[in-house]
Design a protein around this ligand. Structure first.
Ligand code: HEM
Length: 124
């Protein structure tokens, strides 16, 4: 009965591996490759994001929702399933099982709230 052991270096490796796969994915790849010019900066930002989520480090100061709203026309619910499947595969391969499960659960909750904001419209 303890929290999964996750370190900054694990998260940096995970983020690098995940986005390498995202970029090669036939459906997700083009969206990210069109949107992101500076990949080292994006990877650093996403490592900080996961560090804030999993380790409460406070390293990420951004706002994920507006970043995704910008791409609303291209992002679909099916793409979220694809993203989460790739996250599941990558966390299973790179992390200890308990850490992988914790990372998957967090991603699923964040994906759910992003999808509510992106796809659940009250104004129509
Ligand atoms: C940023 C796409 C799901 C976390 C971005 C950007 C794109 C993108 C294109 C760059 C935005 C820009 O600056 O133009 C997607 C797609 C997703 C997805 C297509 C699924 C279909 C997720 C999920 C999470 C997440 C599930 C978290 C668990 C982030 C974060 C940023 C980001 C933290 C950086 C925001 C910032 O600039 O501070 N995403 N995303 N994304 N995404 Fe996603």
């Amino acid at each position: 009965d303890s929290l999964p052991s996750i370190e900054e270096a694990d998260l940096a490796r995970l983020v690098d591996a995940f986005y390498a796969r995202v970029r090669m994915d036939v459906e997700l790849g083009p969206i990210f490759n069109d949107a992101i010019q500076d990949w080292p900066e994006h990877l650093e930002k996403l490592a900080a994001f996961w560090s804030s989520v999993m380790l409460s480090s406070g390293r990420y100061k951004g706002q994920p929702l507006p970043a995704h709203l910008k791409h609303q026309g291209r992002i679909t619910p099916a793409l979220f399933d694809r993203w989460l499947n790739l996250w599941k595969q990558t966390t299973e391969e790179l992390m200890e099982p308990d850490a992988a499960l914790a990372l998957q659960a967090k991603a699923a909750r964040i994906a759910e709230s992003l999808q509510l904001a992106l796809f659940f419209r009250l104004d129509r």
